[in-house]
Design a protein around this ligand. Structure first.
Ligand code: NOJ
Length: 722
């Protein structure tokens, strides 16, 4: 190794110092070394010395410029090589200014705002002393029982890839070394964590290599191609081997095929957990597998620090592997400019001005406006300013609207729906608020109060949903309906016979029985973040026309899961007309289709699609096709439409999905205005993984769909000639 960092540092480090560089521990260990940690146990049991800890390579979860600077200073005083610590944390959808959850951002289909949200998050995190964020999470998700679907942008490979790229650019910018307002990004969880069986967190993942490569890997690859600095392994197994010890995944695919030369970090304790998986006999073997697979940093266990020196001495691990891991970590530190400036962006004075500033909150508000999805509207929304509104439900004036992964945000400063509606209505006395129920409890008194309030109203707005800890890590649910108490509240409000609008706060697609059938209007707010109430009030009063489109299907019921738009055709497809035939692929009790499909969302205006034309019916490798369609705003308000392009390969060498998203355009149209939308289809767009894993296209006939959702489409056909 001729690298200058090798010559300056690695060459002069003891084996113990090198392995300490590979250790990452959480903040409390740096403050109070005797304290406990939930997963790793008491410090004494870790069997490491405080001195060793002081020479660790990175720390997780320290926030705040002053704190960070104190920890860095103490560390540097102790580290004989003067190697600064890296400060990492989960800044997933904002630091103090909290943006809508990523699943909501996915529903915006707005890459520019997504990128801006990451840029703002980076700015706040960097000035508070952070260097790396554990984001973006780009796991493909098809099972809403899994609580972590809220961290993903959804069920589509192509869309997730675009968001991955936008987030990475937003976090990192173009010049990480000199632009101190950015942080390094860490894409996660590599790989296929979203496929946990039964939607139960940390559970088994088992999928074919073709599924893995075709659907699950591309979004991580998009992040790598965008220059992401780090990759985090996942908790699950892939083809029987924990991702953290999976050589094929890390060394072959990630490093060799994709050329990733950044830092690979385990997920929290996932090296040690290889023992619980039954993939390693003990901690030492787990360390051996992880280092051989290519994991550089051990997050929150002592597997590396306690066993790597011994493994080297026994000749089981080549010290070169450790040198390489250390070098990659040092290169990351260098790329952040830490050797010259170990405090980097940390600045207590600027922190006070920048963090949660008005400008940042504006971006959060805009994104919350763009990510809410109008799911149903039968003449109730928007509200009229003069209407008397009864706002009822556990979210009527709640600050629990930030969602999971908002540990640095504050619920107290979140803009609550009730307060914002009072401001937006122009007449605060017209909004009367009642709690109606708790998240999962309801009392006669609450119900009576709600009925009394609602009796005087022209319209009832019910703000209901899941508390933020019902999704996120460890937040799997088997029943994804609203809790019974809230369903009861909805039923009893329905009995009053007044117009009923529901605003939903939740971290996953729900089974909407008892909601969709009862309400006249349903607005999906997700967890909209710090400015959520303000954005929603503007939507409810029509100052903003909702434009979100679902990036994950809402199942008819839990029995359909996984249900997603780009499924394969079966040999016995269900015909469109009713049939007596028993022997077709269907349920005898529920529809095959989800309640609300991918790409779906309503507006306060309407759009019409006409004149779908192709420049040719034949496509060849060097003559792409042009697809044109005219979209007209046929309603009375200006609105944003997301025009979606899907393709279906009618017969492939391996079976192909019924539809696959290949492009989209967002257009803003005034009432009566039309616009011609043009897509280009070239041969590369039709390629996929064949049975031998080569990526190529098949000649033959294709169907092309253009429309307002994966269900609402117009079609045309073309042939690929080779
Ligand atoms: C565990 C989670 O799976 C991961 O997403 C997160 O980044 C780490 N903990 C660190 O907090």
């Amino acid at each position: 190794m001729t690298n200058h960092l090798y010559n300056k540092y690695v060459k002069n480090m003891t084996l113990e110092e090198k392995t300490a560089q590979l250790l990452q521990l959480a903040a409390p260990f740096f403050d109070k070394p005797g304290e406990h940690s939930e997963i790793t146990g008491p410090m004494e049991e870790l069997g490491i010395q405080y001195e060793t800890l002081r020479s660790a390579g990175s720390v997780l979860g320290v926030a705040g410029a002053e704190k960070m600077m104190a920890v860095q200073k103490a560390h540097l005083e102790n580290d004989r090589h003067g190697i600064p610590l890296l400060f990492m944390a989960d800044i997933v959808h904002g630091f103090k200014t909290i943006f809508p959850i990523p699943l909501a951002i996915g529903s915006s289909w707005n890459l520019e705002l997504a990128g801006q949200s990451a840029e703002v998050a980076a700015r706040e995190a960097a000035v508070s002393g952070l260097h790396v964020t554990f984001a973006p999470m780009v796991d493909l998700v098809r099972d809403p029982r899994w609580g972590r679907v809220m961290e993903s942008t959804g069920e589509d490979t192509y869309l997730n890839g675009l968001f991955a790229e936008a987030f990475v650019h937003g976090f990192q910018g173009d010049d990480l070394r000199n632009d101190l307002t950015r942080v390094a990004a860490c894409v996660k969880h590599f790989a296929a964590y979203g496929l946990a069986e039964g939607g139960r967190d940390y559970n088994t993942v088992d999928l074919s290599e073709r599924q893995l490569r075709e659907y699950y890997l591309p979004a991580y690859k998009a992040a790598v191609d965008a220059g992401v600095k780090m990759v985090m392994t996942s908790f699950n197994i892939v083809d029987g081997i924990p991702a953290t010890g999976n050589r094929k995944l890390l060394r072959e695919i990630l490093r060799k095929e994709w050329g990733f030369d950044g830092v690979i970090i385990s997920d929290w304790a996932s090296i040690k957990e290889m023992v619980a998986h039954g993939a390693a006999e003990d901690d030492k073997e787990a360390a051996l597998q992880a280092i051989q697979a290519g994991v550089d940093i051990d997050m929150m266990t002592t597997s590396y620090i306690n066993h790597l020196p011994e493994l080297v001495q026994e000749g089981l691990v080549d010290e070169k592997l450790i040198d390489e891991a250390v070098l990659r970590i040092l290169e990351l530190k260098e790329s952040l400019g830490l050797f010259e400036n170990p405090m980097r962006g940390a600045d207590p004075a600027a922190e006070k001005e920048i963090v949660f500033c008005g400008e940042h909150r504006q971006v959060a508000r805009k994104l919350a406006e763009k990510s809410s999805v109008l799911l149903k509207n039968e003449g109730v929304l928007p509200l009229e300013p003069g209407q008397r509104v009864s706002l009822i439900g556990p979210f009527a004036n709640s600050g629990d609207i930030l969602g999971w992964w908002s540990w640095t945000g504050s619920k107290e400063t979140a803009v609550k729906l009730g307060d914002a509606m009072k401001a937006a209505s122009g007449n605060p006395s017209h909004i009367v608020i009642a709690e109606g129920s708790g998240i999962d409890s309801i009392s006669e008194d609450q119900l009576n109060e709600a009925r009394k309030t609602a009796a005087k109203a022209d319209v009832i707005v019910l703000a209901v949903g899941e508390s933020s800890d019902m999704s996120g890590e460890g937040g799997s649910r088997s029943n994804i309906k609203l809790p019974e108490a809230q369903l009861e509240l909805i039923r009893s409000m329905k009995e009053l016979g007044k117009p009923l609008a529901v605003v939903l706060f939740n971290g996953r697609p729900l089974d909407l029985h008892g909601v969709y059938d009862q309400a006249d209007a349903v607005l999906e707010a997700w967890f909209p973040g710090s400015e959520g109430g303000a954005a929603l009030a503007d939507i409810l009063y029509g100052k903003v026309n909702p434009s979100g489109r679902l990036s994950m299907s809402f199942p008819y019921s839990v029995g359909q899961i996984p249900v997603y738009y780009n499924s394969f055709r079966t040999g016995r497809p269900k015909p469109e007309q009713e049939t007596e035939n028993r022997y077709i692929s269907k349920y005898i009790d529920i529809p095959n289709e989800p309640l609300l499909p991918f790409g779906f969302g309503l507006s306060y205006t309407t759009f019409e699609y006409e004149d779908l034309t192709l420049s040719s019916e034949v496509l060849t490798a060097d003559t792409p096709l042009e697809v044109k369609i005219t979209v007209k705003n046929t309603g009375l308000r200006a609105g944003t439409e997301t025009v979606q392009l899907y393709v279906c390969d009618i017969a492939g060498q391996v079976v192909r999905p019924v539809k696959e998203l290949k492009g989209f355009r967002q257009i803003e149209l005034d009432p009566g205005e039309s616009s011609e939308v043009v897509f280009r289809i070239d041969e590369t767009l039709l390629r996929y993984h064949h049975s031998d894993m080569t990526i190529r296209s098949d000649r033959g006939e294709f169907i092309l769909y253009v429309g307002a959702s994966s269900r609402d489409v117009r079609e045309a056909r073309f042939t690929l000639v080779k």
